[in-house]
Write a protein that binds this ligand. Structure first.
Ligand code: BTN
Length: 240
């Protein structure tokens, strides 16, 4: 077993904590599961807030042999691990590029990946996962949670299964890259062959039809101006 599990009642953000500890030399496989976050962070600078007891909130530190330049596709691969784990509990989830986990078309879980290292040397990566177990109260987007959708899944059992699947998937990804997961990701994907809208932190949104992902996990979209490819980063996708 690669994991060393630490728990905390309250942290600012489990990702922030592990990024700091990574810089201080914390070991590969350190997991921090937090009951509550006071400054939980989402992708694209958003916040990730969760009332006490409503979520599963944790981060893992993984030290890759690959450098940062070899980590394209990692966020999709983490999504694959989550799908595998949730399907073990018969929860029929799908993935929204790059890595939201959807249940009945609504967001069940999010993934925040933060990297340190250089292009070629080993990279240290913090992977943070937030999953809605019960109703989060007032939220500004349609979200799903396991309890209201009728799934009785224990939080500790789910964490253990997620860690099992992550360990397997991350080791394979480090060795073989995204190619090893391309077919599985595609089979789990929502919105393929459907009209989508891509939004950027700056500039006009782009409309098109999502076709699939390339060998690096970049999204291929058929737009009015022809085929385009979008990389994981400052892009968010929604159904058009
Ligand atoms: C997203 O969908 O925008 C990603 C949400 C990621 C939230 C998790 S909760 C555990 C970890 N710590 C954080 O501050 N964020 C991630």
């Amino acid at each position: 077993n690669v994991w060393t599990l630490a728990t905390a009642d309250e942290v600012d953000s489990s990702n922030t904590q592990l990024m700091t500890r990574a810089a201080q030399g914390a070991p590969h496989g350190l997991v921090l599961a937090a009951e509550r976050q006071t400054a939980g962070r989402g992708r694209l600078g958003r916040r990730w807030q969760m009332p006490l007891g409503a979520g599963l909130t944790f981060s893992v530190l993984w030290r890759f042999e690959r450098g940062l330049s070899g980590l394209a596709g990692l966020s999709l691969v983490v999504g694959v691990a989550m799908v595998r784990a949730l399907r073990r509990f018969d929860v029929p989830v799908q993935l929204k590029w790059p890595n939201d986990v959807l249940l009945d078309g609504r967001k069940l879980a999010g993934i925040l990946i933060e990297l340190s290292g250089d292009a070629l040397g080993p990279a240290a990566v913090v992977i943070g996962i937030g999953l809605n177990m019960a109703s989060p109260g007032e939220v500004d987007q349609p979200v799903a949670n396991l309890a209201e959708a009728g799934y009785q899944v224990g939080r500790n059992a789910l964490l253990a299964e997620l860690l099992n699947q992550l360990a397997a998937v991350l080791a394979t990804f480090d060795r073989d890259g995204f190619a090893a997961f391309h077919a599985e990701w595609t089979a789990c994907a929502a919105y393929l062959q459907q009209p989508v809208l891509l939004r950027f932190s700056h500039g006009e949104p782009v409309a098109g039809v999502a076709l699939g992902v390339d060998g690096q996990g970049a999204l291929q979209v058929d737009t009015a101006a022809g085929p385009r490819v979008f990389h994981v980063g400052e892009v968010s996708l929604r159904a058009a």
